[in-house]
Design a protein around this ligand. Structure first.
Ligand SMILES: [Zn+2]
Ligand SMILES: [Zn+2]
Length: 374
């Protein structure tokens, strides 16, 4: 029996395109193979169903021919891969143009789904199109910063145990003294083209060369240190400059800072997500800092000079005569460094006027005298 695409997406036959899309997104999230508990088979099925039901024409065709649709074609046994050839669908099957599909460590898989999942995962690293050779893995890290470090930037030592280029062969995987030769299996192309004959004609499909893993060349004699892969696991230490102005939850990307790729492939990226510890004195507002000070009624009425905590330490601030409760004063350029561009934000000080809960007899007399003069 062929598949019931409506059932797979959990919608009824009259579902609107919106309903189909919503349901697809939910299920795709749930079963995405990159996720814990994800299920590649299920995911593939959901995609297959979505490919058909989200397309007006294909959906109509499917509705007409019902559940026999994907078996009706002469491509039969080729499954969705054959389907792809005939209808121009993305290749999910093993016979698809990118080979391997879901089974080869996700290589073909990311390539296929880049566009589809751009919106689901919000773009960025997950949806990057893969090159033919397996790029090194990305590394994700977290760093906790103080409010001040986030405001001004800080240099952090990083210690990682990661895959790096082999320091004996320099990453090409060849034993010292021996060279690198063109891969015979793929004739240096890094991929192997196979012709697939179906009733509809012959389709070409390319897959990554098993012999050279897409590099197109192979070491004459494998390096003993790395076994010919060109990479080893090693502690690597470096310092990372975190720019001033970065905010809580923001991520910086260090291109090429991830794991080195095997067989001379490009390295992955390093992603560092910043968590900023709150500071009880300050509140962030864009690149401005906000704080509150308490002054007395006489200070507010007659004016005074006070010390205010800022990112630069204590700073003198003038309270002018007649300051009102809730009034905000600006300390120019005492705020957070602009993440992009130059200069700093401001420090905005809100003034609270405290009313004493207890006063002496003498104070009361004076206030009453003051009141009588107003
Ligand atoms: Zn080596
Ligand atoms: Zn090859």
């Amino acid at each position: 029996m062929a598949k019931d695409y409506y059932k797979i997406l959990g919608v009824n036959k009259n579902a609107s395109p919106d309903e189909i899309r919503t349901s697809f997104r939910r299920l795709a999230h749930q079963h995405h193979p990159d996720k814990k508990g994800g299920n590649a088979e299920k995911f593939k099925e959901i995609n297959e169903a979505h490919q058909v039901l989200s397309d007006k024409e294909k959906r109509a065709q499917y509705d007409q021919y019902g559940s026999t649709f994907d078996q009706a074609g002469p491509q039969g046994g080729a499954g969705f891969g054959g389907f792809n050839g005939a209808n121009g669908f993305g290749g999910f099957g093993a016979g698809g143009p990118f080979g391997g599909g879901f089974s080869n460590g996700g290589q073909g898989f990311e390539f296929d789904l880049g566009d589809i999942f751009g919106d689901v995962f919000g773009g960025g690293a997950r949806t990057r199109t893969r090159t033919r050779t397996a790029r090194g893995a990305d590394i994700h890290m977290d760093a906790e910063l103080t409010f001040k470090d986030a405001a001004f930037g800080v240099e952090r030592p990083v210690s990682l145990y990661k895959q790096v280029a082999c320091d004996v062969c320099g990453g090409n995987g060849a034993e010292h003294g021996s060279g690198v030769k063109k891969c015979k299996t793929c004739d240096g192309q890094g991929q192997v083209i196979t012709n697939q004959r179906t009733i509809l004609g012959t389709f070409q499909s390319a897959s990554v060369c098993n012999e050279c893993h897409g590099a197109g060349k192979r070491p004459e004699k494998a390096c003993k240190h790395c076994g010919g892969n060109g990479v080893i696991k090693k502690h690597s230490e470096f310092s990372l400059k975190i720019p001033g102005g970065i905010d809580d939850g923001e991520t910086i990307r260090v291109g090429g800072g991830g794991e080195s790729g095997a067989h001379g492939a490009a390295p992955g990226d390093l992603y560092l997500t910043v968590h900023v510890k709150p500071d009880t004195r300050f509140e962030r507002d864009g690149f401005d800092v906000r704080s509150t000070i308490k002054i007395s009624f006489p200070q507010a009425a007659a004016g005074d000079e006070v010390q205010v905590d800022t990112l630069d330490g204590q700073v003198k601030m003038v309270i002018p005569e007649g300051t009102q409760p809730g009034q905000v004063f600006k300390l120019r350029e005492r705020g957070i460094r602009q993440l992009r561009g130059s200069g700093r934000g401001d420090h905005l000080v809100r003034v609270e006027v405290s009313v004493p809960k207890k006063i002496s007899k003498r104070q009361k007399e004076l206030l009453q005298e003051f009141e009588s003069l107003s």
